[in-house]
Ligand binder design. Structure first.
Ligand SMILES: Cc1cc2nc3c(=O)[nH]c(=O)nc-3n(C[C@H](O)[C@H](O)[C@H](O)COP(=O)(O)O)c2cc1C
Length: 218
């Protein structure tokens, strides 16, 4: 019954607000967490203090949002690795191994710090991007930036805290190999996700007046 009602609502919304989407074998709609697009863009704030859990439906929406960005002819430039629970410790161990390869003299406290980095959030999504002959480097970069932003906005729109991190570990071959990346794949970034531990302060909007000039021929 509920499904039938949702289907009717979906069909209605498809012609009215456009808040119903085709996905997989059916339609789904966004009801509870609806945030206006501009509100999300203006309000999105990154968060470093993350804990709790991330619901699988929330994660699915984040990845869905990522995949809707324009890429070159939809060739499929990305894949996503999710790392949570004890796997975060395994990632920490991989980081430590990578750092030791770079500098074998690293002390135990420095190594401990590196090992703990993945514990800063309950869920990490590693965004991997693949080189494709048809897509130039600049197009790949532009599309991947859009992926990052869509993921942050989708997290914010669902009330989930997020932070995009890159850092030196993203460029380490030891880390890429340990995560099973192919030779032509790169890590674009690590999206840290979780519940916000505290109220995140809203940021001041940048005044467009300083950046926009009306040009005339005179
Ligand atoms: C490409 C890129 C890489 C980043 N890498 C890191 C990082 O490794 N560590 C970090 O603390 N912040 C990093 N940041 C900054 C945060 O993701 C975030 O943009 C910053 O904290 C500003 O937060 P805001 O989203 O609230 O404006 C990176 C940002 C970008 C765009």
């Amino acid at each position: 019954m509920i499904l039938a009602i949702e289907a009717v609502l979906c069909a209605t919304r498809a012609f009215t607000s456009g808040a119903c989407f085709k996905y997989g074998s059916g339609n789904f709609s966004i009801f509870e967490y609806r945030v206006e697009a501009l509100e999300a863009i203006y309000g999105q704030v990154s968060s470093s203090s993350l804990s709790g859990e991330v619901d699988s439906a929330v994660l699915e929406n984040i990845v869905l949002a990522a995949l809707q960005v324009p890429d070159h002819k939809h060739v499929g430039l990305w894949r996503f690795l999710t790392i949570s629970g004890d796997a975060r410790q395994n990632l920490g161990a991989l980081y430590a191994r990578a750092k030791l390869t770079e500098d074998s003299s690293l002390g135990s406290s420095a190594l401990e710090k590196i090992r703990n980095k993945p514990l800063r959030a309950p869920l990490i999504v590693v965004v991997c991007v693949t080189k494709r002959a048809k897509v130039s480097e600049v197009e790949r970069l532009l599309s991947t930036g859009a992926v990052k932003q869509n993921m942050l906005l989708a997290a914010y729109a669902q009330g989930v805290g997020a932070k995009w991190r890159v850092g030196s570990m993203a460029y380490s071959r030891v880390v890429c190999d340990g995560l099973g990346l192919a030779e032509k794949e790169k890590i674009a970034g690590f999206l840290y996700l979780g519940e916000n531990d505290s109220n995140v302060e809203s940021k001041e909007l940048i005044d467009p007046g300083k950046y926009v000039t009306a040009w005339t021929a005179d």
